[in-house]
Design a binder for this molecule. Structure first.
Ligand SMILES: NC(=O)c1ccc[n+]([C@@H]2O[C@H](COP(=O)([O-])OP(=O)(O)OC[C@H]3O[C@@H](n4cnc5c(N)ncnc54)[C@H](O)[C@@H]3O)[C@@H](O)[C@H]2O)c1
Ligand SMILES: O=C(O)CC[C@@H](O)C(=O)O
Length: 387
């Protein structure tokens, strides 16, 4: 029986996939696997028994990835599962950044008791007029699951789209419309674009990427959309840029006390992925990945361990080992098994950065004694008997 703890609300269509071999538990410390959305796990102690964390979403800055890897806890996310939800809110945001729709709606509501409201509207509507997005230049920074959908969709709405992503994957490049202009640098995006939308993960290198210096390089009145993460933007600098008119509008999915209520800021309560479709997609992908890991030892879409897939075990036993990516690990595993006079008919070993993962299929049932012997090898972080 596996114990699963949900830290945030996870869509039922995903939870319903768990079989009778799983039970939901209230306590994080009792869980073999944890499902989470945006709650921060950085301050939590990780129990050694915690096998997996699945982030039902894309961003993993709320999870201590290295601490988890050291604990032998595999962290998954759900790439692309909520990308369409974000794409659609970005399209809406470009339009609400171009016309004062919110200002107009709020003003009309304030006139609701006036019997002359229809006449008032015609007299005052010019105050809320704006521009169209057609023909304007849009810079898309980060061409992953979301950036690609955004770039292609806005190109179809007749925007001139520039894309920038020095690390673009081959798959992503195949999916990008040929009409998207490839920006060679961020400076090119800043210099050319009327609208900029950012779709990069929050990392040490992207934190604060929108600041005084970068705003200075942008066109006057540029409109910035941030559906990625709050601290990509330096709050004091965006407020100053809005006050000076350098930035015309800032639409952000991440309200905080510094930007809420500031003229020119449109704050959205982290709604990018809050559609039933995105929530369902993320939940299903997260649960399937956890089940495959717990039941078969397979890893798909992990952000701190390598992908590793041996399918369902057709041999008598299977052992899964989380370990450091250092020399001589594999030969120590195989010789430990050989000393027990057990054959290894199949195996896989993959690495990702400082960490590696090995699955050994063996011709005897895996025993706690054998697992303990492997655990003694220097560099081993966790050993699991799958079968
Ligand atoms: N608002 C929301 O509800 C919501 C929903 C989903 C994702 N997000 C955020 O959006 C981010 C992107 O999501 P995704 O699904 O597109 O992820 P993704 O991993 O598919 O794409 C990220 C892209 O950013 C690129 N990149 C990384 N560093 C870069 C840099 N310095 N300059 C340019 N490009 C860079 C990568 O190469 C990759 O192609 C997530 O990390 C998350 O923070 C927010
Ligand atoms: O779970 C959510 O609502 C937000 C998810 C989003 O920020 C993500 O990074 O995928």
């Amino acid at each position: 029986m596996f114990n699963v703890n949900c830290i945030n609300k996870i869509a039922n269509v995903g939870l319903d996939l768990f079989t009778d071999n799983y039970q939901m538990v209230e306590q994080f410390n009792d869980a073999d696997a944890v499902l989470v959305r945006s709650s921060s796990l950085h301050e939590l102690e990780l129990p050694k028994t915690l096998e997996a964390i699945a982030r039902a979403g894309a961003g993993v800055n709320n999870i201590p990835l290295e601490k988890c890897a050291e604990n032998g806890t595999v962290v998954f996310n759900t790439p692309g599962a909520n990308a369409n939800g974000v794409k659609e809110i970005v399209i809406a945001s470009l339009i609400i950044a171009s016309r004062d729709i919110f200002g107009g709606v709020n003003w009309v509501n304030s006139c609701k008791d006036d019997p002359e409201v229809a006449k008032l509207v015609e007299k005052n509507k010019a105050k809320f007029a704006g521009t169209e997005i057609k023909g304007k230049k849009l810079g898309v920074i980060g061409l992953g699951a979301i950036g690609i959908l955004v770039a292609n969709a806005l190109n179809k709405l007749d925007m001139e789209v520039y894309g920038y992503d020095p690390f673009i994957s081959v798959d992503a490049a195949w999916n990008l419309s040929k009409y998207i202009k490839q920006a060679k640098s961020l400076e090119e995006i800043y210099r050319e674009c009327d609208f900029i939308t950012v779709h990069v993960p929050l990392t040490d290198s992207t934190k604060g990427m929108f600041n005084k210096e970068t705003f200075a390089m942008m066109k006057d009145g540029v409109k910035l959309l941030n559906f990625s993460r709050d601290t990509l933007v330096i709050d004091d600098d965006i407020v100053e840029a809005l006050e000076s008119g350098k930035v015309g509008r800032y639409v952000t999915d991440f309200p905080n006390p510094k930007v809420c209520g500031v003229n020119g800021v449109i704050t959205v309560p982290h709604l990018g992925a809050s559609t039933s479709e995105s929530e369902d997609n993320c939940a299903v992908m997260a649960v399937r990945q956890i089940m495959d890991y717990l039941e078969n030892g397979n890893i798909k879409n992990s952000v701190n361990y390598p992908n590793c897939d041996m399918g369902v075990c057709n041999h008598v036993g299977r052992i899964a080992i989380n370990h450091r990516n250092i020399p001589n690990m594999l030969s120590q595993f195989t010789s430990t098994v050989a000393r027990e006079n057990i054959n290894i008919p199949d195996m896989i070993n993959k690495s990702k950065g400082k960490y590696a993962y090995t699955i050994l299929d063996i011709e005897s049932p895996a025993t706690p004694e054998l697992a303990n012997k492997i655990k003694q090898i220097d560099g081993v972080l966790k050993v699991r008997i799958i079968k």
